[in-house]
Design a protein around this ligand. Structure first.
Ligand SMILES: Nc1nc2c(c(=O)[nH]1)N[C@H]1C(S)=C(S)[C@@H](COP(=O)(O)O)O[C@H]1N2
Ligand SMILES: [Mo]
Length: 252
């Protein structure tokens, strides 16, 4: 990326941030996720604190070129509508059958205008396309091109309230996860509906998945259903990564 472009992006970010209206990140330290009395969990918080201190908050991750795009395995859930899986979703199966025209992303919680966004609604926002490396905690990585709407745009549209600090995500395969506002408003954090120039394929999270490029792959939730803006971190209960032994913060 050219320096001038980078500077423009940074400027856009700063303007974007101010438009979010009175949003301050200073409250985060008071609202860190719980350690559950577990020394490893305290480690997550330390990693998080180190990232916040050592890295400028909105630093972009490396972007690649078309030549770098690699084969990309689909892992975890590859079809939430499959009746043979334990967490099979009939609702998802029907949405898929209908070509996702009835799919809606719900945005709730600490926003001025809670609401439902269709795929067409999301595509009406200015899009961002990025070629990035996905790193899975299981030890593989792959490069793909992602197209979608920056999450910050959608949150801005819904109108973040000043008390907003964390964003929870819920999927059709019953995943729950939570990220902080710094990652939520990061310019490369997008709601992706395209992969390698096509509609996002079913195994990769159709119709819309999250891309959180600043963290390990499991934070990039597939098959999005619902977003809840919160004041405090929410571990998602039994469906959340944190109670399944994974770090809430997996910065890379
Ligand atoms: N809803 C949902 N999101 C998910 C998963 C999943 O099983 N379900 N797997 C996670 C993990 S561990 C990784 S590495 C990536 C895999 O994305 P891919 O299938 O496109 O490779 O999605 C993440 N997001
Ligand atoms: Mo993963």
């Amino acid at each position: 990326m050219k320096t001038s472009e980078l500077i423009t992006r940074r400027r856009m970010m700063i303007t974007g941030l101010s438009s979010v209206g009175g949003l301050l990140l200073t409250g985060c330290s008071k609202k860190l996720p719980p350690s559950y009395g577990n020394i490893l969990r305290m480690g997550d918080t330390l990693t998080y604190a180190a990232h916040q201190t050592l890295l400028p908050g909105q630093k972009l991750v490396k972007e690649y070129t078309h030549r770098d795009i690699s084969s990309f395995p689909a892992t975890g859930t590859t079809n939430p509508g499959d009746p043979n899986t334990h967490n099979s979703s009939e609702v998802y199966r029907n949405l898929h059958r209908g070509g996702f025209t009835d799919w809606r992303l719900s945005i709730e919680g600490l926003v001025a205008k809670p609401g439902l966004y269709s795929l067409a609604d999301l595509k009406r926002f200015p899009s961002r396309t990025q070629i990035t490396r996905h790193t899975c905690e299981e030890g593989w990585s792959a490069i793909a091109q992602w197209t979608g709407v920056p999450l910050s745009r959608v949150l801005d549209d819904a109108g973040l309230l000043p008390s907003a600090r964390f964003i929870s995500f819920y999927s059709y395969d019953e995943w729950a996860d939570c990220i902080d506002m710094l990652d939520a408003l990061h310019p490369q954090t997008i709601l992706a509906y395209g992969m390698n120039g096509r509609d996002l394929p079913l195994p990769h999270g159709a119709p819309v998945r999250l891309r959180v490029e600043t963290q390990l792959g499991y934070k990039s939730m597939k098959y999005l259903q619902r977003i809840v803006v919160r004041e405090e971190f929410d571990d998602g209960g039994k469906n959340g990564n944190i109670q399944n032994g994974w770090s809430w913060y997996a910065g890379i």
